[in-house]
Design a protein around this ligand. Structure first.
Ligand code: FAD
Length: 302
C-alpha cells in the first residue's frame, strides 16, 4: 500500500472510481474549505481542537507550490472569518511547498513564512508534518528557521527513526511544540525500527524525553498501549493538563478522542481536506488491514 501511495498509475485509476471515493469519506470530510470548516465546527462543539491539512504533497512545479501556499493562506483567513482560530491550527507538508524542487529549501521556507505570517495574523499557528526520512534534515532546518520569527511553529518527530531520540532532546526546549507519532512511511532497516514492538518501545523512550523537557508534547497515536503509557508518564512527571495534548486522525477512534476530552485532556483532531487525498488515504489503508477489507467489500458490492 505504501508503494502504491506514490504510484501515479494506481493513483489515476483509484481516484476515478466513485466507490473508492465513498470509502475515503471516513478519513477526509470533503474537498473544499467549507467541508473542513464544517468538520472543525463539529470538533469544537465536542470540546476538541483541530489541525487542518490541505491535502497535497510531492509538488513538482513552482506554480503548484505557490498554489498550495495560497490555498493554506485562504484556509487560515477562512478560519479567522469563521471564528475558529481559537481551536484550529494548520498542518503543512514541506514537499507541498516546493522542498524537493531545485532551490527547494529557500522556496519552501519562503512559502512557509507566508503561511505562518497569515496564521500569526489570524491568531493561530502552523505545524510542519514529517515526511519520509530523506527529508528530515531539510524539514528540521525549515522549522528552526521559522521558529526564529514564529516561535509557536510545531514540528513532528517519527519514533520509528533511529535518530528521533536525539531529535527529541534537541526539540524539547522551552516554547517548543512537538508532535510525536510512530511514522507512516515505509523506511529501510538502515534508518528505522521495523517491528511494531521496537517502534512502540522507541515511542515511549522519545516521549519520555519530551515529557521531561520544557516544551509542549503533542502525543499523536491511536494505540491504546501508547495512550496508557503516555498517561502514566505525564502523571509521574506532574504535567498539568494544559502542558500537553493528544492528537488523532479525523475518523479514527472518535470514541477514544471523546473519552480523553471528557476526562479533561486536550485532544486535537487532524483534519485533512482537498482533492489530492490519494497519498493520505493509501497511508491510512496501510496502517490498518481492516480498512483495506472495507474497500474490498465496497468494490465487490458495487
Ligand atoms: P497503530 O498501531 O497503527 O494503531 C493502533 C490502533 O489505532 C489500531 O489498532 C486501530 O484501532 C487504530 N488505527 C490506527 N490507524 C488507523 C487507521 N488508519 N484506520 C483505522 N484505525 C486505525 N505520520 C508521519 O509520518 N508524519 C506525520 O506528520 C504524521 N502526523 C500525524 C498526525 C496525527 C494527529 C496522527 C494521529 C498521526 C500522524 N501520523 C504521521 C501517522 C502516524 O505516524 C501513524 O502512522 C499512525 O498514527 C498509526 O499509528 P498509531 O500510533 O495510531 O498505532
Amino acid at each position: 500500500m505504501l508503494a502504491a501511495s506514490r504510484n501515479h498509475t494506481v493513483r489515476d485509476l483509484a481516484t476515478r472510481l466513485p466507490v473508492v471515493r465513498r470509502t475515503v469519506d471516513r478519513f477526509v470530510p470533503g474537498e473544499g474549505v467549507e467541508d473542513a470548516l464544517r468538520a472543525v465546527r463539529e470538533i469544537k462543539a465536542s470540546g476538541r481542537l483541530a489541525t487542518i491539512d490541505t491535502l497535497g504533497e510531492d509538488t513538482t512545479t513552482t506554480a503548484a507550490a505557490s498554489a498550495a501556499t495560497q490555498a493554506n493562506i485562504t484556509l487560515v483567513r477562512s478560519l479567522a472569518d469563521a471564528g475558529l482560530t481559537d481551536v484550529a491550527e494548520v498542518s503543512l507538508k514541506a514537499s507541498a511547498l516546493g522542498q524537493a524542487l531545485p532551490g527547494g529549501a529557500e522556496l519552501a521556507l519562503e512559502n512557509a513564512q507566508r503561511i505562518a505570517s497569515a496564521a500569526a495574523e489570524a491568531g493561530t499557528t502552523v505545524t510542519l508534518d514529517a515526511e519520509d526520512h530523506t527529508t528530515t534534515d531539510a524539514t528540521h532546518a525549515l522549522v528552526d528557521a521559522l521558529r526564529h520569527e514564529f516561535a509557536g511553529t510545531g514540528t513532528v518527530l517519527q519514533a520509528m527513526l533511529f535518530r528521533t531520540e536525539a531529535d527529541a532532546a534537541r526539540f524539547a526546549g522551552p516554547g517548543s511544540r512537538v508532535r510525536l507519532c510512530k511514522g507512516a512511511y515505509a523506511e529501510p532497516a538502515s534508518v528505522a525500527h521495523q517491528s511494531p514492538a521496537d517502534v512502540r518501545a522507541a515511542f515511549q523512550r522519545c516521549l519520555a524525553v519530551l515529557v521531561a523537557g520544557e516544551g509542549y508534547p503533542m502525543i499523536a497515536t491511536h494505540d491504546p498501549a501508547m495512550i496508557t503509557a503516555a498517561l502514566g508518564q505525564l502523571l509521574v512527571a506532574g504535567r498539568s493538563v494544559d502542558s500537553y495534548e493528544f492528537q488523532m486522525l479525523y475518523g479514527v477512534r472518535p470514541d477514544e478522542q471523546l473519552r480523553l476530552a471528557r476526562e479533561g485532556h486536550r485532544v486535537r483532531v487532524y483534519v485533512p481536506y482537498g482533492v489530492d487525498w490519494y497519498g493520505y488515504y493509501m497511508r491510512r489503508l496501510a496502517e490498518k488491514p481492516a480498512n483495506l477489507a472495507l474497500l474490498g467489500r465496497a468494490l465487490v458490492s458495487r
